[in-house]
Design a protein around this ligand. Structure first.
Ligand code: HEM
Length: 495
């Protein structure tokens, strides 16, 4: 028995050694530096065996390969590349977008809620994205702003009624507001008492970070065939609740039992129009309840976790910088007093508020990096790097935002970087919502939701930031980037 086990171990080790050598040679032949630390499992070895977040591991590669345009990474037998030069990033995301339209990982059949526009690829993605885009027009956002505003005002009241919520667990508070706001604005679910709702629990569960979800994430990203063989599914636990709720919403809206609202409206009109068809590609998609629920599901979870991260990030930065906080409160107070109430139009009058949000999304960018898969051979301009079909790409957000070449003194929170005079100087390296054909579809909505929450909180509270003793700087996340070494205290203002 033992000799057989020993033989298997030796064969496995030789096999791994050969894969590692193959990966290194693959990139050496293309003149690209290689991440030597683990030639076979690349990023995922450290991810599974340390407390580091994925973006922190990528960041170590970025820092130790200063000025390299890209670095090859082991990922079993799939060529993988960390694209670091902003011009190469631009090539992948925009100039040659048609060669990099897939994001990955590939979602397995039966993962019903995973069949959403974030994970879809190719002609299916194109068709679904086209159909969902009208949901986020400026006119729609203008129409729904009053709902976000009302939720923000209700939230301020809720905090005043529950003073125990004013100190600590600031990220949870931001989550409560965001969950209620998106439930009301996008799904038409009233804000009363929804600051503690089953929806919020579901959204939190969908992004729970523990060893099971880390392992799932690792397998899905390392190898499509292993992921398929073991049947990785991302959102199985949330399926019964969310699909059930969406079906009920459709039935009620059809019978006119509830006021028709935006997401339901768009879904009902898609169902009524029947099979969706892309005339250019011939792709067809049947608008089943499950497919529509999957789109709603992702809108909902994206409206909670990353959006709450941005709101909490802004509050912690303001709590650390009283002078910036005071300047922003002055702008908000004066604008609201001038108009008597907050509307979609007056939000865009508050220029400093916008600068503060932009700088927050740089320094506390909720998504640390982006994935792409090459679908057609291409050549990256800087370094003349050949990228073959099937290569998995990692694109930095955090690393570009913290590179002093593009943002001098990157650790400094400085909204002046986004003043009208300075704006534009680092556009190429700034992309909290990604860029190109697959840029975040909810970007404008997300910004509006954060701004509504932030401005009403600042009208009624001062923010103080406290350090969390003994904490790591960042939570161990998959694609997420979230600081956990700060927490906030809200102090009612004397009005
Ligand atoms: C502050 C909050 C948010 C941040 C920082 C954020 C960031 C991102 C990023 C970085 C991407 C990847 C873009 C790329 O690959 O180029 C993305 C994609 C996406 N986001 Fe967001 N997002 C936020 C909120 C939202 C919200 C509220 C929604 C929906 C209501 C949403 C819906 C989506 C969708 C559907 C995609 C996939 C788009 C596609 O592949 O076509 N996001 N987001």
């Amino acid at each position: 028995m033992y000799p057989i086990i020993l033989l298997c171990v030796v064969v496995a080790l030789i096999f791994l050694y050969l894969i590692g050598r193959y990966n290194k040679n693959y990139w050496r032949k293309r003149g690209v530096a290689f991440y030597d630390k683990n030639k076979v499992f690349g990023l995922f070895w450290d991810f599974l065996t340390t407390e580091k977040a994925m973006f922190e591991i990528l960041s170590e590669i970025y820092k130790s390969n200063e000025n390299a345009p890209a670095v090859g990474i082991g990922s079993l037998m799939t060529p993988s590349l960390y694209v670091m030069d902003p011009q190469n990033v631009h090539h992948v995301m925009q100039t040659d977008f048609q060669s990099f339209t897939y994001r990955g990982p590939i979602i397995n059949e039966g993962d019903l809620l995973g069949d959403n526009v974030l994970f879809m690829n190719g002609p299916r993605w194109k068709l679904m994205r086209q159909k969902l885009t009208p949901f986020f027009t400026a006119a729609k956002l203008r129409n729904m702003y009053y709902i976000l505003d009302r939720t923000a005002q209700d939230f301020v009241e809720h905090l005043k009624q529950n003073p125990q919520k004013l100190k600590g667990n600031g990220f949870d508070r931001a989550n409560e507001f965001c969950a209620a706001a998106i439930a009301a604005a996008v799904f038409g679910i009233g804000t009363d008492s929804s600051f503690v709702s089953p929806f919020l629990k579901m959204a939190r569960d969908a992004f729970t970070l523990n060893w099971v979800t880390h392992l799932r994430y690792t397998v899905a990203h390392l190898s499509d065939s292993i992921s398929k063989a073991v049947g990785v599914k991302f959102f199985k636990e949330q399926e019964p609740f969310f699909i059930g709720v969406v079906k009920q919403m459709f039935r009620a809206a059809e019978k006119d039992e509830i006021k028709k609202h935006y997401f339901t409206d768009i879904c009902l009109s898609l169902r009524k129009a029947g099979v969706m068809k892309d005339l250019e590609t011939g792709e067809e998609l049947e608008p089943t309840d499950e497919l529509l629920a999957a789109q709603g599901f992702f809108f909902y979870v994206a409206g909670v976790e990353p959006t709450a991260s941005a709101l909490f990030g802004a509050l912690t930065e303001l709590g650390k910088h009283p002078e910036i906080q005071a300047k922003l409160q002055k702008e908000v107070d004066e604008t609201v007093e001038k108009h008597g109430k907050v509307t979609y139009e007056i939000i865009s009058e508050m220029k400093y508020l916008d600068q503060v949000l932009n700088e927050t999304l740089r320094i506390q960018t909720p998504v640390g990096f982006i994935n792409r898969i090459c679908t057609r051979d291409s050549v990256l301009p800087i370094g003349n790097i050949e990228v073959s079909k099937g290569t998995k790409l990692y694109i930095p957000i955090f690393d570009l935002h913290f590179d002093p070449k593009y943002f001098p003194e990157p650790e400094k929170f400085d909204p002046e970087r986004f003043s009208p005079e300075n704006k534009g100087s680092s556009d190429m390296a700034y992309m909290p919502f990604g860029k190109g054909g697959r840029v975040c579809i909810g970007m404008r909505y997300a910004r509006l939701q954060v701004l509504a929450g932030l401005l009403h909180l600042l009208r009624h509270f001062d923010v103080l930031t406290h350090r969390v003793p003994g904490s790591r700087k960042y939570a161990k996340g998959q694609f997420q980037m979230r600081r956990v070494d700060n927490d906030i205290e809200l102090i009612p203002r004397q009005m």
